[in-house]
Design a protein around this ligand. Structure first.
Ligand code: NAP
Length: 360
């Protein structure tokens, strides 16, 4: 299998970065956040990295490796979304807070406890501390397109059949797409909290499904659960065609940094490179990995997916609302205002799978 050289840089040229003050990244060890930390450290910014357990080498070893030789300085802090006030020490002296920590897992036993509470209470906790720390001027919140729509079928009912920053997810709940519900409540709370003052500004990044290589060696993000299913053989007979919109993790990281430092950045930003579906994503791997991985060959008919749904971990209601429906996202604002030019999806998928195979 030929291996191309993977691009591990975040291009921050044209972004006026202030290296005189540290910044805080919550959930700094995570899949997306690790790339933000790398982009910041490589540009010379000092990063206060808040993680649950700074002593766990499995979780933070990659951050320590990134920091070696980078011009920016990395400092680790212990904090938990559900531990009120626990981000205060990490936030001291910081001008920018990247609030990225939030559980991204969809297979949970108690959606309220496992998703909604950490997302919502965590946002209250972190932004509550922002209100008390006078140095903070800007908060970049990692929201999601999940705060914009709940199920693929909803998008078809939107004006022009496309999602935009003006829209909100109004269909999710603890019983229906609870992860999307958690992101919607958390982002709404952040917009509510920013209104109570005028010292700090809120900018949100609303990424599509994030794909691309991980810096953390044991990624737990649901992005990897989805791609592992595509390449692991379970979909060999075929895959349900579920509409998704996707973006490369390196472009998502750049968007966060642009949102933090471009003076005019404001509001919400959909970060999406391409509107596609699960089967097309898997098939983009064919040229490079078709002979070595059991990739899915065809779309499973919706009637068949409905019949077997419980056996493959999907509810029939989810299948009805998502399989065979198309997502279209308008990411024009991110191109115009954050200057993002998106990587091709095939490159993102190949780099992601290359990394997964290397860490096997
Ligand atoms: P990830 O790798 O699982 O990162 C999640 C981070 O949140 C981890 O650092 C995790 O810490 C932390 N976290 C979870 N519960 C916590 C708690 N109670 N206290 C403190 N930290 C906690 O997933 P990711 O994909 O990078 O997601 C990062 C952000 O991007 C999330 O806000 C997610 O909603 C958003 N997002 C992701 C995607 C995507 O497709 N990946 C798309 C749109 C938006 P541990 O490692 O200790 O668990």
């Amino acid at each position: 299998m030929g291996s191309a050289i993977m691009d591990t840089s975040i291009d921050v040229s044209g972004i006026p970065m202030d290296t005189s003050k540290p910044v805080l990244v919550t959930g700094a060890n995570g899949y997306v956040a690790s790339w933000v930390v790398k982009g910041l450290l490589d540009a010379g910014v000092s990063v206060h990295a808040a993680v649950r357990n700074p002593g766990d080498r499995n979780k933070v070893g990659h951050l320590l490796d990134i920091a070696k030789g980078a011009p920016g300085r990395l400092e680790l802090f212990a904090a938990d979304l559900l531990d009120s006030g626990s981000y205060a020490a990490a936030m001291e002296g910081c001008s920018i807070v990247f609030h990225m920590a939030s559980p991204f897992v969809r297979d949970v036993s108690d959606p309220m406890r496992d998703l909604v509470e950490p997302a919502l209470e965590g946002t209250r906790n972190v932004l509550g501390t922002v209100c008390d720390v006078p140095d903070v001027r800007r908060v970049v919140l990692t929201s999601s397109v999940a705060a914009i729509y709940g199920d693929a079928v909803d998008v078809e009912q939107r004006p022009g059949g496309i999602i935009t920053e003006e829209q909100w997810n109004d269909t999710s709940s603890t019983d229906r797409e609870p992860y999307s519900y958690s992101k919607t409540l958390a982002e709404r709370e952040a917009w509510h909290m920013v209104q109570s003052q005028d010292r700090w500004k809120l900018v949100t990044i609303n990424p599509a499904l994030v794909i691309g290589p991980a810096l953390n060696p044991h990624p737990t993000s649901d992005s990897f659960t989805i791609v592992r299913q595509m390449i692991g053989g379970t979909g060999r007979m075929g895959l349900p065609r579920i509409g998704v919109t996707v973006a490369d993790v390196r472009d998502v990281a750049k968007a966060h940094i642009a949102a933090a430092y471009l003076p005019g950045a404001s509001g919400r930003h959909i970060i999406a490179a391409e509107d596609t579906d699960t089967l097309a994503l898997a098939q983009s791997l064919r040229p490079r990995f078709g002979s070595s991985l059991p990739l899915p060959g065809r779309a499973l008919p919706k009637a068949l997916v409905l019949a077997v749904a419980p056996m493959i971990g999907l509810s029939r209601a989810y299948v009805r609302r998502n399989v065979g429906h198309v997502i279209r996202a308008n990411a024009g604002k991110s191109r115009r205002e954050l200057h993002i030019s998106y990587r091709p999806v095939q490159e993102s998928m190949e780099d992601m799978v290359e990394g997964l195979l290397r860490s096997r």
